[in-house]
Design a protein around this ligand. Structure first.
Ligand SMILES: [Zn+2]
Length: 408
């Protein structure tokens, strides 16, 4: 049997099967049941959240033979539904605007509108990446989408709505598809893992979901690739990291531990190991940013982040607090710019690691203020609400631009 990638195999065939777009699904379902379907629909959202999937479901719903009127949940087995699913139904035309950008392509569509559909009830034109159409192509479309023949529907999909003329947008029923939430993605992946009898750990699923940034298709593509790379045997967080070219989480946490301990030598040893394993310096910074983000959200919400080794993660948490991590975050962000400016990126990264490790050992701002206060027999005015004392505080802050607060 032909191998089908997961994103195709599990592509929803009914509106109620669409994941993570509850609001759009509800509105569209109402539009179907109340028979208030627009002439033109516009779906926006990032890649892989279901724009063309929903477009195809609408096309099927308009032409399904099972019901006498359009339905939000087409049968997917009648001959019309089947033909649409297999992309061989002549009255449903899917056009990629990226390769058909010109006014002639649009004119061709328009001239075909005078003929009624040959089989079902509606002719449906799905135009993907519609923002790629030229201005003259948009102009040619304008009048048509305002008053198309009653048997014609246009469905536009785009990742960049800001590039579409407002005159077009205002003539469409507009649906904004969200990034799918992390929880919804994890639940969905877990379901697929069970259905497909895959050997993937819960933590690995969580890493896949996080790295898909809200795109269902991305998450399934990564899962597919992991299954291929590891022959569906014991897919762990490390397997996902390796498949995606991410830095080993374990090494990453080792690096972080050495940084917060101010152990510059060992930090750079671990860094060089990570680098030797093939990670690019910029990727390492991104990965460190990701760990920092997870440390901050773990501290802020007082919850565990499941994707990491518990002991190592806890070791870091015990040594940090949010102000310090916030500072690490900013130093990493600045470091990202710096690596672009040198020809040996790894050297810039080493310096960055040294800088963060060094700053981790500076006394906390609180401690400094306290000490100065003590040394001056309380002569410093530290009342932040008193405008006259601003200078004293400012002097201290100026002296410690990278001043950090580490738990004592
Ligand atoms: Zn059908």
């Amino acid at each position: 049997m032909e191998y089908k990638v997961l994103s195709r195999k599990y592509r929803p065939k009914k509106l109620k099967e669409v994941i993570g777009q509850d609001f759009t699904v509800k509105t569209l379902t109402n539009a179907f049941s109340q028979e208030k379907l627009a002439h033109a629909f516009l779906f926006t959202g990032i890649r892989g959240v279901g724009k063309t999937t929903i477009a195809r479901i609408i096309a099927m719903g308009l032409n399904c033979e099972k019901e006498k009127k359009p339905t939000a949940n087409p049968c997917s087995i009648c001959s019309n539904c089947k033909a649409i699913l297999q992309d061989r139904y002549e009255d449903v035309l899917e056009i990629d605007a990226a390769s058909n950008t010109g006014v002639d392509d649009v004119r061709e569509i328009i001239s075909s509108l005078k003929y009624r559909p040959s089989k079902g009830n509606y002719k449906v034109f799905i135009i993907d990446e519609v923002h790629m159409l030229s201005n003259s192509a948009f102009n040619a479309l304008l009048k048509t989408i305002e008053e198309p023949p009653s048997f014609v529907k246009f469905i536009f999909c785009t990742t960049e709505i800001q590039k579409i003329p407002i005159t077009i947008v205002s003539r469409c029923q507009k649906y904004n598809l969200n990034r799918v939430t992390l929880t919804a993605l994890c639940d969905y992946l877990e379901e697929i893992v069970e259905l497909e009898k895959l050997d993937v750990s819960k933590q690995a699923i969580s890493v896949i979901a996080r790295n898909s940034e809200g795109s269902i298709r991305d998450s399934l593509t990564i899962l597919d690739q992991c299954i291929l790379s590891f022959n569906n045997e014991n897919i762990t967080v490390e397997s996902v990291n390796q498949t995606m070219g991410l830095t080993s989480q374990s090494f990453l946490l080792d690096l972080y531990i050495n940084i917060v301990n101010g152990d510059i030598n060992n930090a750079n040893n671990v860094l060089n190991n990570i680098y030797k394993n093939g990670a690019a310096p910029k990727q390492i910074i991104d990965d460190l940013l990701n760990v920092t983000y997870n440390l901050i959200s773990s501290l802020a919400a007082n919850k565990n982040i499941e994707i990491y080794e518990k002991d190592k993660f806890q070791t870091i948490i015990d040594k940090c607090d949010i102000p310090f991590l916030n500072q690490v975050w900013h130093m990493l962000l600045r470091g990202k710019d710096e690596v672009n400016k040198v020809s040996h990126q790894i050297e810039a990264l080493e310096i960055l690691i040294i800088r963060i490790a060094y700053s981790s050992q500076l006394p906390s701002l609180e401690t400094v203020v306290k000490k100065i206060k003590e040394d001056n027999n309380d002569e410093l005015n530290l009342d932040v609400n008193d405008n006259n004392i601003g200078n004293d505080i400012k002097k201290i802050l100026d002296a410690f631009p990278e001043g950090k607060v580490l738990k004592n």
